[in-house]
Design a protein around this ligand. Structure first.
Ligand SMILES: [Zn+2]
Length: 471
């Protein structure tokens, strides 16, 4: 109740919101909820080919609100064997735009959910116990809803942006990112935005009592890279063992990787994030987070952060064995052995340098390396003053007074493809959640109802700040 109440009674809001506007807002909230319900209830997961239904529905809503057909582009994609679509919608400036466009991202697909495993039907929007339940209520149908509803709201208010606003919705973010890659290239060649805002990351963190603690902006993602390490051998009969053995050699290589610690890395962004995270907890780990933020050479702090799964990835690259196969018969010497090693590479280090480090660590030329994931390097986006200002204005409108803290995530949103092309990309979603509300990809995904309604103002304020006439 607390921060919704503080929003309602905030003196600034009362002064700015006479009764008539309050009624409009209610109508808008109902409209947004209806959009949310419709998109959540379409099973746009792999194997169902229903992203086009989401596109069709959204396009209908946008056209009804006055968006011209020529400003709506639907593209078909063959996403690793199945059909999906991407949607790009222009909210155009009138006359000569003041600045380069802003691109806004969200994704329309979801990770599939099986009704028999859930307490409620995952493809029905259910409001219960102060939450909206359903697949995509958080990841990322909420992002889609907040962008679409905000475009409609601004249009209905007669808002004319001073620069083009371009909404780019992808259709296979959770699987192959075929649509994402194609859209990112299109944006790069044709739209050339000033920067990118992603509704699929970032948001308010709430404490156990529901009080907002910090607003996290996703400003960086680690680079995802997977290698296969293979040792081959002539093999032979197991009754006559050779000195060299593919399984033993591979095991030695993996033990070397296990023992190796990648150099400690930090950036302004990761230090700010550790400092803010550390302030929220008063235990040994929290103290180490703050100590590292103050002095990234503090050996004691490094040791503690390295030992904790929640922080080890924030202070450098990690590479870890995830799969193993080898040999072909119980009485034959192995002719080959292969391990899969997954790396999360700190921004700026690079895939090639990481591969070289692993080769040096393994120190055996018989171990052959093969990169099996796509190459997507994702440099860090330094926080821009204008984006920070717009975020602070949005939080103020919501009656929330908390620090805005950039953070790095482990990798995997549409944003990394845009950073890869050189665009500053910020995860600035409007939702608010406690750490135990995070059910993305999992069972019984949910979003607090208050967070849904409060977050609707989020992009509305931000876009007016970033693309509205100077007041
Ligand atoms: Zn997502």
């Amino acid at each position: 109740m607390n921060f919704r109440l503080s929003l309602i009674v905030s003196a600034a809001m009362l002064a700015a919101a006479p009764q008539a506007i309050a009624q409009d807002r209610t109508a808008f909230e109902q409209q947004a909820r209806e959009i949310y319900r419709n998109v959540v209830e379409i099973r746009s997961a792999r194997g169902h080919e229903k992203v086009p239904e989401v596109v069709d529905y959204i396009v209908g809503e946008l056209k009804a609100a006055g968006f011209a057909g020529e400003d709506i582009q639907i593209t078909d994609y063959d996403a690793t064997g199945e059909a999906t679509q991407g949607l790009i919608v222009w909210y155009r400036a009138e006359g000569e735009p003041s600045e380069a466009p802003i691109v806004l991202l969200a994704h329309m697909d979801v990770v599939d959910a099986l009704a028999e495993d859930w307490v409620r039907d995952p493809y029905k929007l259910t409001e219960e116990e102060g939450y909206f339940f359903g697949r995509g209520t958080a990841d990322n149908k909420y992002g889609v809803t907040s962008l679409v509803a905000t475009f409609i709201r601004l249009k209905e208010e007669g808002f004319v942006p001073t620069r083009d606003l371009v909404m780019v919705l992808s259709g296979d973010e959770e699987t192959g990112m075929v649509s994402t890659r194609a859209q990112a290239n299109y944006v790069h060649e044709t739209i050339k935005p000033a920067f990118i805002l992603n509704a699929d990351a970032g948001g308010l963190s709430l404490g156990p009592d529901g009080e907002p603690l910090i607003y996290g902006v996703q400003g960086a993602e680690k680079t995802y890279a997977t290698f296969e390490l293979t040792v081959t051998n002539p093999g032979g009969h197991s009754s006559a063992p050779r000195k060299d053995n593919a399984i033993y050699e591979l095991a030695d290589a993996l033990k070397n990787i296990q023992a190796y610690k990648f150099p400690v890395r930090s950036s302004e962004l990761t230090r700010a994030s550790l400092e803010a995270g550390g302030r929220q907890r008063l235990d040994k780990l929290g103290n180490a987070m703050r100590a590292f933020a103050a002095d990234p050479t503090d050996e004691n702090a490094i040791e503690i952060l390295r030992d904790d799964p929640s922080t080890v990835g924030t202070i450098g690259t990690t590479c870890i064995a995830t799969m193993l196969r080898g040999g072909h018969a119980e009485n034959a010497l192995p002719q080959s052995a292969t391990a899969t090693v997954n790396c999360r590479i700190f921004p700026g280090v690079g895939i090639e340098a990481t591969e070289q480090t692993l080769k040096d660590v393994v120190a055996n030329e018989d171990v052959k390396f093969k990169l099996i994931s796509d190459l997507v390097e994702s440099p860090e986006s330094g926080l821009r003053e204008d984006v920070l200002g717009a975020l602070n204005a949005a939080l103020e409108e919501r009656g929330v007074d908390v620090p805005v803290v950039p953070h790095m995530s482990s990798g995997g949103t549409d944003g990394m493809h845009y950073r890869n092309l050189g665009y500053d990309t910020y995860g600035v979603g409007g939702s608010a959640a406690k750490s135990n509300d995070t059910y993305a990809h999992g069972l019984n995904e949910r979003l607090p109802v208050d967070s849904f309604y409060d977050g609707l103002d989020h992009f509305h304020v931000m876009l007016k700040e970033l693309a509205g006439p100077d007041e």
